[in-house]
Design a protein around this ligand. Structure first.
Ligand SMILES: Nc1ncnc2c1ncn2[C@@H]1O[C@H](COP(=O)(O)OP(=O)(O)O)[C@@H](O)[C@H]1O
Ligand SMILES: [Mg+2]
Length: 393
């Protein structure tokens, strides 16, 4: 995990140092309570939110609550309705049914520019003829209630918050992609919204810069303490940055929780699959045997599974590749199944070993490359699926 930026001067709206938010792992720290500037609040409530285009339901009745100060992500494949949801929160799109409430206020009659919300788009939408200051202050053009000196101060604060000091007079064409992205962020933050909506804001950047900016953005969110609603189709991005996330499929929320919850205890096969849980086995039968314990039939083998599935008729058996153990055969022990090594793929720090079970199903295992491993294609292997790591969905 990344460290927060240490800043000599507090940036826009940042008034009090809040060390409680600087945990080593933001995901264990929970939503931050100590707000540091901006408006209080930022609670977003979606109630039965629905949008149709013709007879296509782009958003099919979403219910969720985003808590004040939370870094919340909407994660899902292209076309699942993420942008449409965000646009309804922003007020660019009118719902066909349902409501958006912000801090308890129904937004249906509140036009976009009066909502306590601002949006950062993937394509930045910067003005090419304006420099950094011009672009950032553009956001304040309607705020006639602010004095000139107050505006100047806010613009300088926002620029320093995204660490663009010294580049104030550059135009977008004279900035890197990452710097342009920061201008777009500063322009949204200068208005001090209660909620910042971000639609795949790092999508246009290369992988390395993306990684760096993910860390910066998460740290920035901590620093300003406002609610972030972040849209992405990148599961790793959502898992590393968010306090909580909602996984979307075809206009619906199909799973919601902390990154750990959705990754380690996926609610259904879609969530498990989308989050990159490679091993989704189709059991030949599953019956409860004791409180919090199930027996699963996999061909001729019987596996013990600990935990209670989220459904009474589970259809898939899930295990993450890093939890699968490979043992030299013949091996004794619980949940050990014989298999053949089908594929060995070196991926740097780890090797992916694909094994084939007698029934034909494949199980992937991740083997750390700390030391050489013996697995070669065609070798027999004993695959152990630890009961506490298996999950029925
Ligand atoms: N203005 C529009 N007119 C018709 N269909 C649209 C419009 N905007 C989005 N859609 C459709 O609605 C669905 C959801 O789109 P969108 O919210 O952009 O998905 P995402 O952002 O998750 O990729 C898609 O099938 C898309 O084609
Ligand atoms: Mg989109």
């Amino acid at each position: 995990m990344w460290a927060r930026h240490d800043r000599a001067e507090p940036g826009a709206g940042a008034t009090v140092a809040d060390d409680s938010a600087a945990g080593p792992d933001r995901r264990t720290a929970g939503p931050p309570n100590g707000r540091r500037g901006g408006r209080p609040g930022g609670r977003v409530e979606l109630v039965g939110l629905t949008k149709r285009y013709g007879d296509h339901e782009a958003v099919a009745g979403i219910d969720l609550v985003i808590e004040p100060g939370e870094f919340f992500s909407l994660l899902g494949p292209s076309g699942c309705g993420k942008t449409t949801t965000l646009r309804m929160i922003a007020g660019f799109e009118e719902p066909d049914a349902g409501a958006v409430r912000i801090d308890g206020v129904d937004m249906s009659r509140v036009p976009a520019h009066r909502r306590p919300v601002n949006t950062v788009f993937q394509n930045y939408a910067l003005f090419p003829h304006l420099d950094v200051v011009g672009n950032v202050s553009y956001g304040l053009r309607w705020r006639k209630d602010l004095s000139k000196s107050e505006r100047t101060r806010r613009v300088a604060d926002a620029i320093s918050l995204v660490r663009l000091d010294g580049l104030e007079r550059r135009r977008p064409a004279q900035l890197s992609g990452g710097q342009q992205q920061r201008v777009a962020l500063a322009r949204a933050l200068v208005l001090r919204p209660a909620v910042l909506l971000l639609d795949e804001p790092l999508g246009a950047l290369d992988a390395k810069l993306r990684k760096a900016l993910q860390g910066e953005l998460a740290a920035l969110q901590r620093e300003v303490g406002i609610t972030f609603c972040y849209v992405t189709h990148d599961q790793e991005e959502a898992l590393t940055m968010s306090d909580r996330l909602a996984v979307m499929d075809r206009g619906r929320v199909v799973g919601i929780g902390s990154p750990r919850q959705v990754y380690e205890e996926p609610m259904n096969a879609f969530v498990a699959d989308f989050l990159g849980v490679a091993n989704l086995l189709r059991p030949d039968g599953a019956v409860p045997t004791a409180e919090g314990e199930w027996e699963v039939r996999l061909g001729a083998f019987r596996l013990r599974v600990l935990g209670t599935p989220p459904t009474s008729s589970p259809a898939r058996l899930v295990i993450r590749p890093e939890c699968v153990r490979l043992l030299p055969p013949p091996a004794e022990g619980e949940n050990v199944v014989p298999a053949i090594v089908d594929e060995v793929v070196y991926v740097g720090a780890v090797t992916t070993v694909v094994t084939r079970l007698p029934g034909g199903a494949t199980v992937q295992a991740l083997v750390a490359n700390r030391e050489p491993h013996p697995w070669r294609v065609g070798m027999p292997v004993a695959v152990q699926l630890p009961a506490e790591r298996l999950r029925l969905v």
